[in-house]
Design a protein around this ligand. Structure first.
Ligand code: GLN
Length: 310
């Protein structure tokens, strides 16, 4: 059992050691993200019992970006089952950047993972709905239930992404031509772009993770949001590809499933115990928050959460 004092001091120590670390650069291929204050930095833990520990700018709402892929995967797993996702999308790392076209070329156009852009758009297209609006509303609702918050789209961010997402549109058409897109491809790209354009704070992100950590039951609201049997598949996908082409390094050094977003969010989950969420905009070349990774890793290490430690 992790003591409250131990968790709070791990959070404080990690924040004070790495919360102002230099290095990295805001994402700028989405103009909105280039303008976010790079000095922001927050760290939160939410346990499977719903206890919350924080340090830094944890009330600031940032762009969910790729972390939305976890929520949409969770919804697709509710609509189908782990075998269908494995067959239609995949459960392997690509070893290449999150928006790689070469990764598709190398694997017969199968996206391999719901946590890269190609697989995420395919996953969005799988979500059961009779219209784009219904699909979007179901995805948004899932984000809200996982975070237990009224997570909302930022129109300004969405506009910024929708007017610059030409590369993702190209990927969507490639998937469509290969039979790995399950709705109209431009509709899937549009809804995917919306799902990346919601804002959440670090505590809400940690709550999302704590819901998965506790077998799909949101520890803040007590609502069973996900089927418990689907949670291992989410965590496996996060381990394989959640930190993109440094997923292996994250498993090797931290030993937990993780997920990043180019908005600067980092989520890492200790199954059955807690989730750690960190936020800070400057990214490393792979697209993962520099400070966020260091803060989250330090908490995991202080609390001895590495899953591979016997
Ligand atoms: N919306 C971003 C994109 O599609 C998300 C990428 C990310 O966070 N890695 O490129």
């Amino acid at each position: 059992m992790l003591e409250h004092d131990a968790i709070q001091s791990a959070v404080n120590d990690a924040y004070h050691s790495f919360g102002q670390e230099t290095g990295g650069k805001n994402a700028d291929y989405i103009p909105f993200l280039a303008g976010v204050d790079p000095s922001l930095s927050g760290l939160a833990v939410v346990t499977a019992k719903g206890d919350i520990f924080t340090a830094g700018d944890t009330a600031y709402r940032f762009a969910i970006e790729s972390i939305s892929k976890v929520c949409t995967l969770a919804l697709a797993l509710e609509d189908f089952d782990p075998q269908t996702i494995q067959q239609k999308i995949g459960a392997d790392p690509t070893g290449l950047p999150f928006n790689s076209v070469m990764a598709l070329e190398l694997h017969g156009d199968k996206p391999l993972s719901p946590l890269v852009n190609a697989g995420a758009m395919a996953t969005t297209s799988l979500v059961k709905a009779s219209s784009a609006e219904e699909r979007w509303q179901r995805i948004l609702k899932m984000q809200q239930r996982l975070t237990s918050s009224q997570v909302a789209i930022s129109d300004e961010l969405n506009q910024s992404e929708q007017t610059t997402n030409f590369h993702n549109k190209g990927i969507a058409w490639l998937l469509y031509s290969a039979g790995f897109m399950y709705s109209d491809p431009m509709e899937a790209c549009d809804v995917y772009t919306r799902q990346c354009s919601t804002l959440l704070n670090t505590v809400e992100l940690a709550t999302l993770g704590a819901t998965i950590a506790s077998g799909g039951r949101n520890p803040v609201t007590n609502e069973q949001v996900l089927t418990a049997a689907n949670c291992p598949a989410i965590l496996a996908e996060m381990t394989m590809e959640g930190m993109y082409d440094s997923s292996g390094d994250w498993a090797y050094t931290v030993g937990l499933p993780g997920k990043s977003g180019v908005g600067g969010g980092i989520l890492t989950i200790a199954p059955g115990k807690l989730a750690i969420a960190a936020f800070s905009p400057p990214l490393d070349p792979v697209g993962n928050s520099v400070r966020g990774q260091k803060m989250a890793a330090a908490v995991a290490q202080a609390l001895k959460l590495n899953l591979y430690q016997c």
